[in-house]
Design a protein around this ligand. Structure first.
Ligand code: SF4
Length: 268
């Protein structure tokens, strides 16, 4: 998950935390179950490996990672929704210049609208989804309908520390199911972990790697380590005191991860 400075370039400000739509002369209030696009980064060379892409940010997440950089996409809505049509018009105009669309959040599968993705695919774009892996049924549905080309799935921590890391309990079987689905699919993929001093050390990386290799009985092909950066705004205020993760420590963790993943990258 990446942080999203200065991307609200298609939208205005919102104060009441709910979307209001005018439809057939009536005002319609939409809840969290509706897909809400809160931001767009119009060009990125980083978010979709090997492709020139844009990134869409969806509101809502079922996890509560204290170190999350995007609390405005998880708990409190701070900006107005961007109309789906604006996005589709933008993508129409960028045909031939952009190749891919990254969908991130929040947790996209909480609300992701299949028809919206179908419209993006019809325009000829590759689609990458960033997910926390807790919605394997939806992931399978999107894979089966060939609506995804690339998945980046978070592995938040080793099993024993998963709930502490995500700030709540979750069904780890669903996480495992998503991991297997990704491996068994023909999609491009990466697994990734944002490492934080108070949650991740050599021991956790060893345990995480063992868990994944035991589950799959083989090494996944790609894993990315992202060092925590303190940008001062988090879901949990206690992370304001957390130090940036050092390059040296990332290199140490990379060496451990290389025992369990075919290729390991460090992301800045
Ligand atoms: S999974 Fe965690 S880090 Fe990602 S958006 Fe949700 S709360 Fe934030």
């Amino acid at each position: 998950m990446k942080s999203i400075p200065g991307l609200w370039d298609l939208s205005g400000q919102l104060t009441n935390g709910m979307k209001e739509n005018r439809k057939n002369g009536k005002t319609e209030r939409l809840s969290i179950s509706a897909m809400k696009i809160k931001g767009i980064q119009k060009t990125t060379l980083i978010d979709y490996p090997g492709k020139i892409a844009c990134t869409l940010f969806l509101f809502g997440c079922n996890f509560r990672c204290g170190f999350c950089h995007n609390p405005e996409l998880v708990i409190k809505e701070e900006v107005q929704d961007i109309d789906e049509k604006e996005i589709l018009n933008f993508l129409e105009k960028r045909k031939g210049k952009l190749e891919g669309v990254c969908i991130t959040g929040g947790e996209p599968f909480l609300t992701l609208d299949k028809n919206f993705i179908k419209k993006i695919k019809e325009k000829g774009y590759f689609v990458k989804i960033d997910t926390n892996g807790s919605f394997p049924e939806k992931l399978k549905d999107f894979i089966d309908e060939k609506l995804i080309d690339y998945v980046a799935m978070d592995l938040k921590n080793e099993k024993e520390k998963y709930f502490e890391t995500i700030g709540k309990e979750t069904n780890l079987k669903k996480i495992e199911e998503s991991i297997k689905l990704i491996i068994d699919s023909e999609l491009d993929y990466e697994f990734r972990t944002t490492v934080v001093y108070s949650l991740h050390s050599e021991k956790e990386l060893e345990q995480l790697g063992k868990w994944i290799v035991e589950l799959l009985e083989k090494k996944p092909k790609k894993y990315c380590l992202q060092g925590f950066v303190n940008n001062g705004k988090f879901n949990d205020e206690k992370f304001k005191k957390e130090k940036d993760f050092s390059k040296e420590k990332l290199e140490k963790l990379k060496k451990i991860a290389e025992k369990y993943f075919e290729k390991v990258e460090i992301r800045g």
